[in-house]
Write a protein that binds this ligand. Sequence first.
Ligand SMILES: [Zn+2]
Ligand SMILES: [Zn+2]
Length: 731
Amino acid sequence: MNHPQSFKGACIVRVALPVPLRRLFDYRCAGEPPAPGARVRVPFGSGQRVGLAVEVTNSTALAPAQLKSITAILDESSLLDAELLATARWAANYWQGSLGDALFSALPAALRDGRSLPGRRVDGWQISSAGSTALNQGRAPRGATTALLTALAAGSLQADTARALPPAQRAALNRLRNLGWIEPLAEASTIDLAAHGGPPLTRAQQSALGMLLGQSNHFAVTLLEGVTGSGKTEVYLGRMREVLSRNRQVLMLVPEIGLVAQAAQRIQERLGVRVDILHSGLSDGLRLEAWLRARDGTARVLLGTRSAIFTPLPRGGLIVIDEEHDASYKQQDGFRYHARDLALKRAQAIDIPVLLGSATPSLESLHNVDRGRYAHVRLAERANARPPPRVELIDLRRIPARQGLSSPLIEALADTFAHGEQALVFRNRRGYAPVLTCAQCGWHADCPHCQRPLTWHRAVGRLECHLCARLEPAPSACPSCGSGALQPQGHGTERLEEALAERFPSVPLLRVDRETTRTRAAQSTLDVRLPNYGPALLVGTQMLAKGHDLPRLTLVAITSVDEGLYSVDFRAPERLAQLVVQVAGRAGRGERPGRVLLQTRHPDHPLLSRLLAGGYGALARELMEERRAAQLPPFAHHVLLRAESIREPSLFAFLDAARALLPSDTRITMAGPMPSPLPKRGLKWRGQLLLAASERGALHRMLSPWVQALEALPQARGVHWSVDVDPLDVN
Ligand SMILES: [Zn+2]
Ligand SMILES: [Zn+2]
């Protein structure tokens, strides 16, 4: 029996729980109901869970016997303000996550398990600008609330006095806080916004900053496209200074934890303001402290990685997304939101500007410029008036490479070191060798589950599957014929490091990849030690490509670009071009001009010739036309249903059923069910179904009911599935 029941005298609270089920859960509440946005502890399954109260009602579809009671109300008032509650709701709906997952993304880890909210020491309270407006418009509710607000308009309230208020007035104070009509008294200001040194702005930077400062302070999106080394950060700093001078908060995102320290230091030095940091590498306590300071408006500059996009901004004034093209802004598991796209939604809700910066903007953002949705501001030249690095191709068909390194590359390295300069050798493959084979019988080491070659990690004596993370000891003799003639094929960063150390024994060498940076020490070495070093050599993966300023770096070598040239992923050309430009951009940022060498077996590939002839901007235009012709994003909208199962037939039975559930709509095209480009990972088979539409509305209208129906499919049993809205990769 599923009919709404009404309960006299008791209320029903609808609770969002951090579980992947896209629905709310009803509980009975005997006494005073919790405020929407407050945490509650509730019975769930065989245990207790912490959830967020979302709404209070008086009817439920549950039978009285099934309806359980809330165990405890954990917060007096909402933890999240109205803007964040509404934005999280929008995000859950847009990316098809559960509302519980979205709301819990907005809570610091320290509060997710029900620990009590630590009080932040506040000196007192003052009326906010929203409060003044509400008062002037007569929008404040009658009674104690209006009386208190009127009193606050006349003068601030000290914390001691606030604590001594009678209960009715304390409740009124809480209401005003939740409405955002009052704010903590401003912290004794340590901010000194006068210029703190720094280079004088170039004419291009001045004109870019002038355009930004000339914009209104309402919602608007600007793409700041600046070639590598053009000094985008100086423009961010100038824009931030103006926002801080109006006593508003700035939220800035960078794509990697490794970039946070450098950015924080620069902002602190130049703007004389404390920077509050939020990323997953910090302790729960530190993150909670920054979150609380953001929430009560004390924190002025908030800096973090993807998840920091959920930081409360009661006095928000600006959001900056640095390296906006970076794929790490998209969460790739669980709640699959995109921090850049969410930033736009938040800025719109708060009604403040967003600044997106990149040397290699995403085609999505360039498309929004074309459509007139974003303003476009460019920095076309390097700030130090140096020419851009010279890029040369080395044709590996004519010039053979030994151990992955051709002789022109070795000569260029020797020349660089002879001048006391630094070089970077880039290889997007970690480990010693991607393949290990037997010269006698042709055996090769494959992952028994994924059926792909295992990577040999020689230093640790292991074979590792980079797909499923399976590890096994490296054999000393061929497991098939017993011969000792095992041979590595291809080159990973570990092998390049060995070859380069042998060739340049006196040059300090640092390898940077996921293995070497598992220890935090290597990361700080990169930041701290190398900039003032003499000759030095960096070898590494794409972890090297982002942001770091190494002034003595004059040579960048990419040992192979070929894997990116022929890929099933339509985004591969865009990614490769961004990577080449970003890595190349590390060279020649200081006094000396830079040089970039690309090794390839396909020197005539159109992507390479276009990139070399016209740079990223020209290539992006051509890629845009190809996407338009093929009706691919950003000219179409994709939703990818991914599924995996230990049993291959279950996988495809599920995908077939999922397809059958889709309403027929000529505006939506379907591809699949089909095996994923990586059809097996570990013990699981993988498949997918792709939906595409040129019109976003048509796709999104059918999405929620479809995903709800998928949850109820009997064929979903034993299948792990996920829905990815606007997926960034096809795997
Ligand atoms: Zn053999
Ligand atoms: Zn595997």
